[in-house]
Design a protein around this ligand. Structure first.
Ligand code: DGY
Length: 329
């Protein structure tokens, strides 16, 4: 009987994924609550055929190089900016990821952030908890209307489009900016293409849904924040470094924009004494947009399926570096 492949899983993930792996592999699991330290990762990958990792694990060229037997890397996330894809491709290692299964949960959560910031829900909760609620206040905690407002979506991929679908239910005008124009979605969703600077100047809400790449690093900085309306709200459920955090602190403190709601930050996790955490017009939550029971189960199963396909020498169902297959042929 052929020997079972050895795989390293960098955190306890839902059983829906672990059970699939345990069945056919010799699985080693990092049980810590925090990511494994780099030296552990380097040591663990040394004799592994497969690696299942999370977005908090820096899978750089050194780690990939240390995995001399690695045949597949599978990440339980759609974004793979923590993985050196070029190094993986150069070694002929396919990298799996989990697109699609988290789209609706992430779009729901984006809307939750948008609504929470527009209607100042966290401030209301704090107000009641602090015992400040004495009467109905005609001028208290006034927010802004969502119904009929203009939403600017930066990055009209799966999640951006799912957010646009929700916006239609709120009678919003939807603008989008994306390096690839999407006439199909313009028709389906009534979304209007705009250059980034026009989108920023015209939107009441700006929601970011682009991947983190060298082109999108600090895409939203001082110039872009100053272009936004002073009444506008910025939502980031993409990746923290898409926004320059120092510029955002100034924008929120000096009133260039009204508020921000962030599921992701730079750095991540954000230190509790960071100004963005204490500003009353900024909501920060700990990267939980895909955090529903069902979604995380689907992500874990999909990550396991990618891993197992790679170990069997099959094409990964969801591969983030498909060029690895062209390289082989
Ligand atoms: C992802 O999948 O990239 C999200 O950020 C976490 O679900």
């Amino acid at each position: 009987m052929a020997e079972k492949p050895t795989v390293y899983v960098t955190r306890r993930i839902p059983e829906a994924g672990l059970a699939l792996i345990r069945d056919t592999c010799r699985m080693r699991l990092w049980e810590g609550e925090l990511p494994p330290p780099k030296e552990v990762l380097l040591q663990e990958v040394a004799d592994c055929d497969g690696l299942l990792c999370l977005l908090t694990d820096p899978i750089d060229a050194e780690v990939i190089g240390a995995g001399v037997r690695l045949r597949v890397i599978s990440q339980m996330a759609v974004g793979v900016d923590n993985i050196d894809l070029r190094a993986a491709t150069a070694r002929g290692i396919p990298v799996g990821h989990t697109p699609g299964v988290l789209t609706e949960a992430t779009a729901d959560f984006t809307f939750a952030l948008l609504m929470a910031a527009a209607r100042r829900i966290p401030e209301g909760v704090d107000y009641v908890r602090a015992g400040k609620w004495q009467t109905w206040e005609p001028m208290g905690l006034l927010g802004v209307d969502v119904w009929g407002a203009t939403l600017g979506i930066v990055g009209l991929g799966r999640i951006g489009a799912a957010v646009a679908r929700r916006a239609r239910g709120f009678a919003m005008r939807v603008l989008y900016y994306d390096p690839n124009r999407r006439p199909d979605l313009e028709t389906e969703l009534g979304a209007e293409y705009a250059e980034l600077e026009d989108l920023l100047a015209s939107s009441d809400f700006v929601s970011l849904h682009c991947p983190l790449t060298s082109q999108t690093y600090h895409l939203i900085g001082e110039v872009e924040l100053r272009r936004m309306k002073p009444t506008a709200i910025l939502i980031n459920a993409a990746r923290g470094p898409v926004v320059d955090p120092d510029a955002l602190v100034r924008a929120l403190s000096e009133g260039w924009i009204r508020a921000a709601a962030l599921d992701v930050t730079e750095p991540e996790p954000i230190p509790p004494d960071h100004p963005l955490v204490s500003l009353p017009n900024c909501i920060v939550v700990p990267h939980i947009a895909s955090a529903t029971v069902a979604t995380r189960e689907r992500m874990a199963a999909m990550a396991a399926e990618n891993l197992l396909a790679g170990l069997r020498g099959e094409r990964l169902p969801y591969c983030a570096n498909p060029e690895v297959y062209q390289r082989e042929s």
